[in-house]
Write a protein that binds this ligand. Sequence first.
Ligand code: ADP
Length: 486
Amino acid sequence: MKILFVSSEMSPLAATGGLGDVVNSLPRALREKGHDARVVLPLYRQIKQDYFEDLTFMRWAMIRLGWRTMYSGLFYLELDGLPVYLIDNEFYFGHDNLYIDYTFDIERFAFFQCAVLETLGEEMEFEPDILHLNDWQSGMIPVLLEAHYKSKGYHENVQSVMTIHNLKYQGIHGREQVQDLFDLPEVYMSEAGILKDGVPNFLKSGIQFSNRVTTVSPNYAKEIMTDYYGEGLNGLLAAQGWKVSGILNGIDTESYNPETDPEIKANYSAQAWKRGKAACKKALQEELGLAQQAKTPLFVMVSRLVEQKGIDLLLHIIDELLAEDVQLVILGTGNQEYERKLAEAAKRHPENMRALIKFDSKLARRLYSAGDIYLMPSIFEPCGLSQMIAMRYGTLPVVRQTGGLADTVQAYDKFKYTGTGFGFLNINAHELLFTAKEAIGVYKNNPDAWNNMVRAAMYSEFSWDQPADEYIKLYQDIKKETSRID
Ligand code: ADP
């Protein structure tokens, strides 16, 4: 099977979050299983600079985008065996940031989608069976494919899967502008077409026109059909429920491996983790000037500091939590208000809290390996990678049981003394505090249960092996269905 991933991010080339990790890992997992998976993304300035010598120029063309005719270059790069196509246009992608400003981004990704479709097949020397689309930045592709290509006899066998990594961002823009950008026939300018409540909506279009829709955990797939999590698209998702499913993300278990990770103080395994983990904890305490107390539970958090991550819940109870015999280290960037409030809390509690306001992947690994307890009280969480990384490093997560957190963390059972973390249900700061205290209680008073939980967490299976099989089955189902119709 030939699959082309269309995405605005791919790590390590260009990424701001989990989407980038998925687009680097999933195609590789598919390739290992014998499928020809490739990726196409914009040639951002950073990629041009960092990978200049590895880029091969393939072709260029002029592309019509509304009244403009724009240059579109196609470059090729092989990244550790994974073929990556890059769409070049200095005006749209020659910037330092991946995303710039709402209106301009609509035009930039409108161009990107048109350019991808124009290069499909002969120009790319690759005609995929499946276009695997990701978030709003590629949501219009199934519509454009139908309106401008299939209707004229081109790419008739190309089908599409739309994966929602974040339902909050939908790509909504004015009717005239969007119709002009894409030159769409009037029939598509309706609620049955690309409009949602009268305005064009890229993500809605992707949901409506692709063969299948997936999101990144089974539980979140159910949640997005409800008012609370549905971001206005729950009605459509429920109506098209037959084609919506959740496939859990994996993590890169080779890179995130405490047995081999070169960034951490001491390596350790699921069979023998105590000494190594203690050495990591001691080293981090020393690095940050915290008291080197082996028995004080160390809470860690590595996160974007945004509302979604439940920072308000934490801020509400942070003083009460820090009144306990605990240490807390937070690494994150984001909303300036949260950055400031966390820095202030750290100032109020110099003896047992640090707020590290920066993005630092190596430091993140030191936190994952040193911590005893990982905090992730998300308000919503499509999948979440951090809690899986924490578990792999034997750091037990305290999570709100929502989205992918409910699918990946087995909450502590106080009768059986089992689990791989601790969970609470409601968006309530004191439930978070109570659950954090429950974790502290098990850590301090029931070391046997704690040790069993750490081992169970470290043995949890979070690789891409099973998710890749589920995607392959989905692609095959689509192919079976569509070839029957043909
Ligand atoms: P999201 O994609 O919503 O940000 P995920 O949990 O899916 O959340 O993925 C976040 C990833 O980004 C994790 O690998 C986490 O370690 C990493 N990360 C987040 N903030 C930082 C930071 N300040 N420094 C280093 N890594 C970070």
